[in-house]
Design a binder for this molecule. Structure first.
Ligand code: ZN
Length: 505
């Protein structure tokens, strides 16, 4: 009653407050976005339009090593600065305090969170490029344990992003053991998605096996033309690990371009000390020259998209210093300035205090379909909740923010037949619910929470493009979150009936 599914099938004359005519449509469990970055934007935009409009009823935050909490020290300073862009004031340190803030404000979809390893490390040891001391290790473990007790679902790493990338295997295994002891999972943005993809998958598998923890490989792909086709090998390795008894699955967004920060083109050591220190290094002529020569060279083991995909495939998504450059490639920008692309990229990083989002055309369509067909693959947008107006409407973000789920259904099920309808819906609902251990969600059944999406299989499709990303999809008619109609005939009702979901509760 109220927030639950009372009856499936013939209602037997039961009284209903509201009837939705879904003739010719599909009623499915509400979609679970298993990989998101809405940590900042759920507070800036509680209606989460870009997500609800796709039929998403549960949002999994805290991925790629970054979470909203716990924040102390450098992590707190960084979070405060990021939140300023959205006009949100930081009023929490622990996960419990963040949950409280979210609860007071309300949110349109259910929220699940992982704890970011980069956030733990920045909280305890700032952006230091070295292994933790024993004391620091214990401090990270205790922050993680406290967060797991508050209801987090596991640990995430972002092993191309400092300070998460500064960690070696043992540190990750020890922290994963803490998450495992609470029944959590380990989600990883791998250390390398390019030349060393296979070694990076092997590292995640080793962490899973040594810590005894289920593993989720984030946004699986082979980046850079030279690596196209490698997903065949990576999936074989995953299959072998699964056969050996490890619970390992993966997620994916249905596009051949990725999105990240432009600062990933810089070597690890340049990030030491954080963004301010990084910008200072780029301003200092001797260091700048050294960094430029490293960026131009190919170093095995370092995934540098400037080399793997080329500057012409790196497009600015947000550029606060000059929004007119959004949508342009680094090559185009450098040509119009008559500058070398490396120098142009450095100048942009300085002008934006290191903070620029880019889109990188790095994958091939065959790989996208191969990964999608693999049964353990789930659907995850890798995006934050946005809206075409207000504080989250900035820039030209990756269209996956608005289109991931409808695109899988429209393009990959209806048009290309890569997946069947039931198979695709399972990748968006029951599979992520089972992986996370979300009880009573992900399946339409009596007694389950009433998270439901009604979509039109004839028309469902994404509308956002790389030049016009802030566009809602079509064909998603109704969305119900915990029994409350949140989208009615294609329009958001303003309902804030999402809940904070806590592991084991
Ligand atoms: Zn990532």
């Amino acid at each position: 009653m109220g927030d639950s599914i009372v009856c499936v099938g013939e209602l037997g004359g039961r009284d209903t407050r509201r009837a939705i005519d879904a003739t010719g449509m599909v009623a499915a469990p509400g979609f679970i976005d298993v990989h998101t970055h809405s940590d900042d934007t759920v507070l800036a935009n509680p209606k989460m339009e870009s997500k609800v409009r796709q039929g998403i009823t549960t949002e999994v935050c805290g991925n790629c090593g970054d979470s909203a909490a716990p924040v102390q020290g450098q992590a707190e300073i960084g979070a405060r600065k990021r939140l300023q862009h959205y006009g949100v004031e930081l009023s929490w340190r622990s996960l419990e305090e963040w949950f409280q803030r979210l609860g007071e404000q309300g949110v349109s979809a259910n929220v699940v969170t992982l704890i970011g390893h980069g956030t733990l490390r920045a909280s305890v040891m700032g952006h230091a490029m070295r292994p933790p001391t024993q004391e620091e290790m214990l401090a990270m473990m205790s922050l993680l344990a406290e967060s797991m007790e508050a209801g987090a679902f596991g640990l995430s790493t972002g092993l191309i992003y400092p300070p998460s990338s500064y960690a070696e295997l043992d540190e990750l295994v020890e922290l994963s053991k803490v998450a495992a002891s609470y029944g959590g999972l380990y989600a990883s943005h791998l250390r390398n998605e390019g030349d060393r993809l296979i070694e990076a998958v092997a590292e995640a598998v080793a962490i899973g096996e040594r810590a005894g923890i289920p593993v989720e490989l984030s946004h699986h792909k082979a980046a850079g033309k030279a690596n196209w086709g490698k997903v065949q090998q990576s999936l074989e390795l995953i299959e072998k690990a699964r056969y050996g008894g490890l619970d390992v699955s993966l997620d994916q967004y249905p596009y051949t371009a990725s999105s990240t920060g432009l600062s990933v083109v810089l070597p690890d050591w340049v990030h030491e000390g954080g963004d301010e220190a990084m910008v200072e290094r780029l301003k200092e002529p001797v260091l700048r020259a050294r960094i430029a020569s490293e960026v131009r060279s190919v170093r095995p083991g370092w995934e540098n998209p400037a080399n793997a995909s080329g500057w012409h495939n790196i497009i600015l998504a947000t550029c606060r210093s000059d929004p007119g450059l959004e949508g342009k490639s680094i090559s185009e920008i450098s040509q119009s300035l008559g500058r070398d692309p490396v120098e142009a990229a450095f100048d942009l990083l300085i002008a934006n205090e290191g903070n620029l989002a880019v889109i990188i055309f790095s994958m091939c369509e065959d790989d996208v379909q191969t990964v999608m067909r693999y049964p353990p693959t789930m659907v995850g947008s890798d995006a934050s909740a946005k809206a075409p107006y207000g504080p989250t409407s900035q820039g030209k973000p990756h269209p996956r923010a608005y289109g991931t789920f409808p695109r899988v259904l429209g393009r990959y099920v209806r048009e290309l037949g890569v997946l069947g309808w039931e198979e695709a819906v399972a990748k968006m609902t029951s599979k992520p619910a089972a992986k996370l251990g979300l009880s009573k969600r992900g399946v339409i059944a009596e007694g389950n929470h009433a998270d439901i999406v009604v979509f039109d299989p004839k028309t469902v499709s994404d509308q956002g493009t790389f030049t016009e990303p802030h566009r809602y999809p079509v064909g998603i008619a109704h969305v119900v979150v915990n029994g409350t109609v949140t989208q009615d005939d294609g329009e958001h009702t303003g309902a804030l009936s999402g809940r904070i979901l806590k592991r084991g509760r």
